[in-house]
Design a protein around this ligand. Sequence first.
Ligand SMILES: Cc1cc2nc3c(=O)[nH]c(=O)nc-3n(C[C@H](O)[C@H](O)[C@H](O)COP(=O)(O)OP(=O)(O)OC[C@H]3O[C@@H](n4cnc5c(N)ncnc54)[C@H](O)[C@@H]3O)c2cc1C
Length: 682
Amino acid sequence: MDLPSLPQRIEPETLTAVLDGRWAGLRQEVRAQMAGAEFPDRSALSIEEYRGQVLDDLRLLAKTSHARLGFAREFGGMGDPAGSVIAHEMLGFGDLSLMVKAGVQWGLFGGAVQLLGTRRHHDRYLRDVIDVNLPGCFAMTETGHGSDVQHLRTTATYDPATSEFVINTPDEGARKDYIGNAARDGRMAVVFAQLIADGAGRGVHALLVPIRDADGRPMRGVTIEDCGPKGGLNGVDNGRLTFRDVRVPREALLNRFGDVTPEGAYTSPIASDGRRFFTMIGTLIRGRVSVAGTSGSAAKRALAIAIGYAGTRRQFARPDGTGEVVLLDYRAHQRKLLPALATTYALSFAQHELVSALDEMHGRQSADGPQPSAEPVVPQPGTGPDQPRKGAEPDERRQRELESRAAGIKAVATWHATATIQACREACGGAGYLSENLLTTLKADTDVFTTFEGDNTVLLQLVAKGLLTNYKSDFDELGTLATARFIAEQFVGGVIERTAARAVIERLMAAGPGRDDETVLFDRAWQVRAFEDREEHVLEGLARRLRRAASPGTDPFAVFNDAQDHVLRAARVHVDRVVLEAFVAAVDRTADPDAKALLGRVCDLYVLANIEADMAWFLQHGRLTATRAKSVNSAVNALCERLRPHAQTLVDGFAIPASCLGAAILREEPGRQHVQARATAH
Ligand SMILES: Cc1cc2nc3c(=O)[nH]c(=O)nc-3n(C[C@H](O)[C@H](O)[C@H](O)COP(=O)(O)OP(=O)(O)OC[C@H]3O[C@@H](n4cnc5c(N)ncnc54)[C@H](O)[C@@H]3O)c2cc1C
């Protein structure tokens, strides 16, 4: 297949500029900090040594701007939530135990205090959270309820006689489990519990509960167990917490969304328990966005190692006697790594759009700082004095859409990281299995990303529900039957909402496609239309299937359960389209013409490898003829060949600090010099 040629040499910095985008300054700052640090493989340390090392590293990190970025200025922070997500993503190039420990301390624990609490909590705790004088935990998951946290069973019962809440673990299944920072270092936990006030259950709320005293001993009534060795991330001390009649003052309730008066009356700006719960959870979206970003960094690091090695390692002689073949010259090797590289670029741009959307919604704090968040006094919906800055309360539908996008990108990005790291490990052969080459640790540490911050399968169901209900404000709350009724009555078809570069895509769509030969595969308008068409078709088919659940005499659960594969697929193809739009937007805004041409080809590879992997659907639904389907296979091969000479440039464009690429196989040794490409760059 004859493709237009690419320039011979493209400067990686031009790619870095596009990838870094509007956060280039912050990313460079973090890179400079990381350049001075060391990130050796620590898997040989004992668990205790590793945990101690990570805590020391966390305290060092607390001295940089990293810790402060996400917090309000008046408490010593920098008022830049999106910046904090970006800085966290960069930590994903280094020791992932440190990244997770930082995420627990500042993202989950500190984030919950800031976003679910009010002035009294901010004044009292935030500075100590930032400085790690108060190491904390985020204790939501229970042994019996992980994904379904709305039904967790820890109780917080208000006792008006003493103005205290009494925290209890009613049974083994209600034990808090897997909690980061709990086994060794945490002093306080944000505990999620069913609130009982005035004799009535008020749904899940969060309370600040001290778990250790100043000497590190468990507080009275608190039992702490160590989860022990894990499959990875062993520098993080995950533990289990059980509470027996643990009393905390009334003020320990993080009361932004619900409060209890001294007499025991419950007040909330949100009437419905379910809606309040999902609003609270939605507020904590940053953790999910951060995991998506860090999984991208881990995939980039693995690709940098595997592609670096593949450019030097030789195996088998050429029949013409001209020497041994460099691994990256094998088409099979290119196919192993280059489509994954293209998807990594695609997801990186999608992550950029996601963080930008987060920034837009949750806003950067002005230099004057936020309006003070006061104690709530019988607040009215959306107007209570404990609300964030006036006028800044995000529009609900957009908030739901953002949550859904974060869920979808988190799921797709973490699955991609897991698969890519495995492919990179294999691509390095036996060397890939040695700890000194970092890939095994990377694989072990990122494995659980598909589970924590929301199990991926459960998250994709949330995405599909949002699409089916058009982000109706209370879609989280809709049960199976209500969702079926909603679909039966209100779903009129898939709505393709542009997420990035609306104007660019509209322009593309208006212009093309103009051809109908095999070159149409490289036509951006054709590509976008193919993804859109697939999304609409899958979603409409799903809606038709689920409508049956609303028919009288039908068991809605059985209908929904039977359609779960379809639900997941609808979410997946939706995310693929959103990711493609982000890539198209990034190519469009690339100023350097050579980088633009290269990224255009990488985008082609992302699209065509995706279509190739989903060929059965395109053929079954008559979207591709057998002839054109074969052309897709040839096009992927042709793109791999074209991109091969630029593979090293593409990973160099990630600008991963050298301190994070200490894999022994990347050191240049006699007979292993980097081979740009045997053929000259096309
Ligand atoms: C290393 C680590 C650190 C963690 N840190 C914390 C922390 O600091 N704080 C905290 O609160 N939690 C933490 N967690 C808990 C984590 O968030 C949960 O493990 C996660 O939410 C999944 O819950 P679960 O383990 O109960 O799995 P389950 O929800 O039981 O899921 C098990 C399987 O069932 C499937 N499944 C579940 N529901 C459905 C459904 N409706 N349809 C189809 N399939 C379904 C899932 O896809 C999954 O494959 C941590 C976990 C780990 C492993």
